[in-house]
Design a protein around this ligand. Structure first.
Ligand SMILES: *Cc1c(COP(=O)(O)O)cnc(C)c1O
Length: 409
């Protein structure tokens, strides 16, 4: 039923599409919303074409048990993570826990922030599947952590992390949890993690358009703010800034006061963030993409998230059972993992880069669109690049069989 409804909502899908984790296929309604909004911008003027996104915000937030005011739209998951962590007010010496399976650009960001702000990155204990070990996390929390950052499902490995248990432990220890749901929202249940903040993206399992990402921040504390203040999310707390009406023409004076800076009179600026997650939202961006994403979220809700999750888990398990071992390729996660991210590791004794690229291109010749994941996506966790098969709810079993034939050489 879910498969039929998903297909019926799309008048065309790329042939052999098995890349929902890379870029999913938007529905006709989502596409029409994007295009319709762009037309509306042209007809009435871009700044007058303001879509009402309240229902979309509320539906998105509800998926993690939050409210509409907790949502901020940005341009991508990466931009959302940078806005959130870049403005996180952790003092020098703070300890940030991450696993070795964390997403490459998040690790890059954390490296930079750790160096600039003197944070310490601590590796959280995982098992052989790189699944976070709750007992190990509990000991590390007892030893002192100031922040935990975790991808609920990785880009490079279809393991579903125990988000509910992690959320419980972090809350009990009073340690904020940032949960990256780029690969999990719309794919597996995210409702009971109780995280401080969620980072996500439009185009993957929620099948929105490219160019939109988001934060949901139900645990916003007073001193959390965006990495960079902006006019859309902030206001001048002091209205005497900047002024140029002081005495004389020297630099750095402010309304009759002594010069305070060696530049023009900008020195006394005080900026305060708007209430809620609005502080993180960029005011300029693809509003059409945000509107289209909103439509996709509402469609996902109408389809029934629990049924979508069940269908995706079933497809993932079917694909792993079918593909594991074929041509020497081995699944990178337990065969019964309830996710639709299926990774395949190259056979031993071959050049892994060449094998992955060769398999991808032979799949393309057979009209199958699959992904490949380079080592840089998770350098501490991926010994070689892998193939990634990620069916959407409407995927055809025949395509999985066709892929099995491609790999069986
Ligand atoms: C895709 C992804 C991101 C980044 O999202 P973008 O929208 O591509 O910037 C972050 N984390 C994970 C786990 C991802 O899969």
């Amino acid at each position: 039923m879910i498969a039929e409804s998903w297909r019926a909502a799309r008048s065309s899908v790329p042939p052999g599409h098995l890349d929902a984790a890379g870029c999913n296929v938007p529905s006709d309604r989502t596409l029409d919303t994007v295009i319709g909004h762009l037309r509306h911008e042209r007809e009435v003027g871009g700044y007058r074409a303001v879509p009402d996104l309240h229902a979309s915000r509320a539906a998105l937030a509800a998926m993690v048990g939050a409210g509409a005011d907790d949502v901020a739209f940005l341009e991508s998951g990466t931009a959302a993570m940078a806005a959130l962590l870049g403005g996180w007010p952790l003092p020098p010496g703070s300890r940030v826990g991450v696993t070795r399976a964390e997403y490459g650009s998040t690790v890059m960001l954390l490296y930079r922030l750790a160096r600039l702000r003197d944070w310490k990155l601590l590796e959280l204990p995982v098992d052989d599947d790189s699944r976070l070990d709750p007992g190990g996390l509990a000991s590390m929390l007892a030893g002192g952590l100031d922040l935990v950052v975790l991808s609920h499902v990785s880009s490079h490995r279809g393991v579903v992390q125990p988000a509910a248990a992690v959320g419980r432990l972090c809350r009990a220890a009073g340690v904020p949890l940032v949960l990256d749901v780029c690969q999990s929202l719309g794919h597996v249940d995210t409702g009971d993690a109780g995280a401080t903040a969620y980072v996500g993206t439009s185009r993957k399992w929620l099948a929105g358009p490219r160019g939109a990402g988001f934060l949901v921040v139900p645990g916003l504390a007073g001193d959390m703010d965006a990495a960079a203040p902006a006019l859309g999310g902030h206001e001048w707390a002091r209205r005497d800034v900047p002024t140029f009406d002081g005495p004389g023409d020297g630099p750095g004076w402010v309304r009759g006061q002594a010069p305070v800076l060696d530049g023009p009179g900008w020195a006394r600026g005080e900026v305060s963030p708007l209430a809620g997650a609005a502080r993180y939202e960029t005011s300029e961006g693809s509003i059409a993409a945000r509107a289209g994403f909103g439509a996709a979220v509402l469609e996902h809700q109408a389809l029934g998230p629990a049924a979508v999750h069940a269908r995706l888990a079933e497809l993932g398990v079917t694909a792993r059972r079918l593909l594991d071992g074929i041509g020497g390729w081995r699944a990178g996660e337990p065969l019964d993992e309830p996710s639709a991210i299926v990774t395949l590791r190259p056979p031993p004794g071959v050049d892994p880069e060449a094998a992955v690229e060769d398999a991808r291109s032979r799949a393309a010749e057979a009209s199958l669109l699959i992904g490949t994941v380079p080592v840089g996506r998770a350098p501490a966790d991926l010994p070689t690049p892998v193939l990634r098969i990620s069916p959407s709810p409407g995927a055809y079993q025949e395509d999985l069989h066709a892929l099995a034939r491609v790999l069986d050489r």
